[in-house]
Write a protein that binds this ligand. Structure first.
Ligand code: SF4
Length: 213
C-alpha cells in the first residue's frame, strides 16, 4: 500500500493509504475528539463526536471510520464542525442522566470534559422518558451506574474483543437499549473478574471502581 496526500486544517499531510482521517490527524498532532473509539480496534463510529467536514461531501464524516483518499481536504475545527459537535455533545449529555454532582469520579468523565471544552451547558432537549437506573454494586470490582451510560459500547468491545470474555452486551432496543450482563442480570464476581479494562475505557462515570477496592 502506498501513501496519499491530504490536507487537514490547511496542513498538507502525506499518510499511508487506508489510514482513517482520525489516524492521519493523530499521527500529525491534530486532535480530533472521540468518545467511542479504542485505538487499534475496528471503529464503531457510534458517538459521532469525531465528525469532520470533507470538501465535496454532502454530509459530515466520522473521522474514526472514514478512510483518507488522495486529495481529500478535511476541516476538523471549522465553525460548522464545532456547531455540530456541540449539538452532539448536548445530545449525549441529555442521555447521561446520573448524578455527577456527588460523584468523586466526575472529573474523569471525558463527556463532561468535552462539554467544558466546547462550552456546552445543561442540555435543552426535552426528554419525555429519561432513563434512570439504580447504581449496582453487586460486583466487588466494578460499580455500574447505567444512568450515566451514553451507549458508546466501548466496554462491550473491550470485554469481547480485547479481554475476550464477552460478559457485556447491548440489551433491549431503541430508547431502552442498555449495557447488560447476560439477560440483564447482576454482574457477578464469577462472570466478571478484576481485569478492570471496561472501567479504564468508559468515557463517563458509568463504570467505576467501588470505593472499597
Ligand atoms: S458503560 Fe461506559 S463504556 Fe460502556 S457503553 Fe456505557 S458509557 Fe460506554
Amino acid at each position: 500500500m502506498g501513501n496519499v496526500n491530504v490536507n487537514i486544517d490547511g496542513r498538507k499531510i502525506r499518510v499511508r493509504e487506508g489510514s482513517t482521517i482520525l489516524e492521519a490527524a493523530t499521527a500529525n498532532g491534530i486532535t480530533i475528539p472521540t468518545l467511542c473509539h479504542i485505538k487499534g480496534q475496528v471503529p464503531s463510529g457510534v458517538c459521532r463526536v469525531c465528525v469532520v467536514e470533507v470538501e465535496g461531501s454532502r454530509t459530515m464524516m466520522g473521522a474514526c471510520h472514514t478512510p483518507v483518499a488522495e486529495g481529500m481536504v478535511i476541516h476538523s475545527k471549522s465553525p460548522k464542525v464545532i456547531a455540530v459537535r456541540k449539538v452532539i455533545v448536548e445530545l449525549l449529555l441529555t442521555a447521561h442522566t446520573g448524578d455527577c454532582v456527588n460523584d468523586s469520579n466526575a472529573e474523569n468523565c471525558a463527556l463532561h470534559n468535552l462539554a467544558s471544552d466546547y462550552e456546552v451547558g445543561a442540555p435543552h432537549f426535552n426528554v419525555r422518558n429519561p432513563r434512570f437506573y439504580p447504581a449496582e454494586e453487586s460486583n466487588p470490582y466494578v460499580k455500574r451506574d447505567m444512568s450515566k451510560c451514553i451507549l458508546c459500547r466501548k466496554c462491550v468491545k473491550v470485554c469481547g474483543e480485547v479481554v475476550r470474555k464477552d460478559v457485556l452486551s447491548i440489551g433491549y432496543r431503541g430508547f431502552r437499549s442498555k449495557v447488560v450482563s447476560g439477560f440483564d442480570e447482576a454482574l457477578t464476581a464469577e462472570a466478571c473478574r478484576d481485569c478492570l479494562k471496561c472501567i479504564e475505557h468508559c468515557p463517563t462515570g458509568a463504570l467505576s471502581a467501588p470505593a472499597r477496592v
